[in-house]
Design a binder for this molecule. Sequence first.
Ligand SMILES: Nc1nc2c(c(=O)[nH]1)N[C@H]1C(S)=C(S)[C@@H](COP(=O)(O)O)O[C@H]1N2
Ligand SMILES: [Mo]
Length: 317
Amino acid sequence: MARWSYPHPRPSEITPHAAWMNRRHFMAAASLAAVAAPFSHTGPAMAAALRTQPGPFQATDRPTSLEDITHYNNFYEFGMGKADPSAYGAGFQPRPWTLSVEGLVAHPRIWDIDQLMATMTLEERLYRMRCVEAWSMVIPWDGFALATLLKQAEPLGSARYVAFESVVRPQQMPGQRAVLDTLPWPYVEGLRLDEAMHPLTFLAVGLYGQTLPNQNGAPVRLVVPWKYGFKGIKSITRIRLVEQMPPTTWNRMDPTEYGFFANVNPDVDHPRWSQATERVIGASGFFGGGRKKTLMFNGYGEQVAGLYGQMNLRAQF
Ligand SMILES: Nc1nc2c(c(=O)[nH]1)N[C@H]1C(S)=C(S)[C@@H](COP(=O)(O)O)O[C@H]1N2
Ligand SMILES: [Mo]
């Protein structure tokens, strides 16, 4: 069994938020662990239990079910439909995997993902996720702060932005060999260095205590909970510290609709729809319609508003 693969946690190790999970959530996670086979680099990806500890910034919202989190996805490398990533992601092989940290750093390094996971103390963070399409989920991620990884690399004084790149594997990703071009590959994203170093900014390697399912961005994806979901780039192979603001996929597709910053903002509508409210995935459709008001910075303003000082958030959206 590979080093990152641990037996299912003993009851004493179950994190406090496990107690919030209703029995159905918990059973789903437990049964996944039960079928997880010892990891094999040649076989299909299997969920493996992770040893994590509760981290800071736990939302008090009710977690979305594992079923919804893994069957309602945006991952255009596997197709444009919400059900495509779970249907067509099964053949993707997230191991072996390397993640490079390069560019304007004192110590560039190519990490093996399993070595990286063994090096890091994995923590759990229950974060709200707000997609730019006006739906939302609450996801218990497992992983570590991006800052921990970046500090090890020691960004040089000239580094001002962080550029991220997803994998290109047309043979395993049907959306990358679609006849009609959907997005230019690789999917790329970026953050300002201070955003990347913020303690909320997270690299997820698991969810619900299990290794990350393919459809959610195995084996490692970015999570920036105060920004729209598209900033959370999946299946990352390269992290590069740079001087200039890097290009980002959705901004390239349509800069009038998708900004570089993409901070959740109920006061700045998408040109084609309102951002004032959101559809809560898995919530009942009666009366409230399963909708709630969208919060500035997705409710993380207390932690992150200071990053933007006097910036005009309407102009730099
Ligand atoms: N590489 C890549 N990353 C991606 C996307 C994508 O299509 N490709 N979609 C983004 C969008 S729009 C959202 S809302 C989130 C969805 O993450 P989830 O499916 O894990 O909920 O992933 C983001 N990361
Ligand atoms: Mo999204």
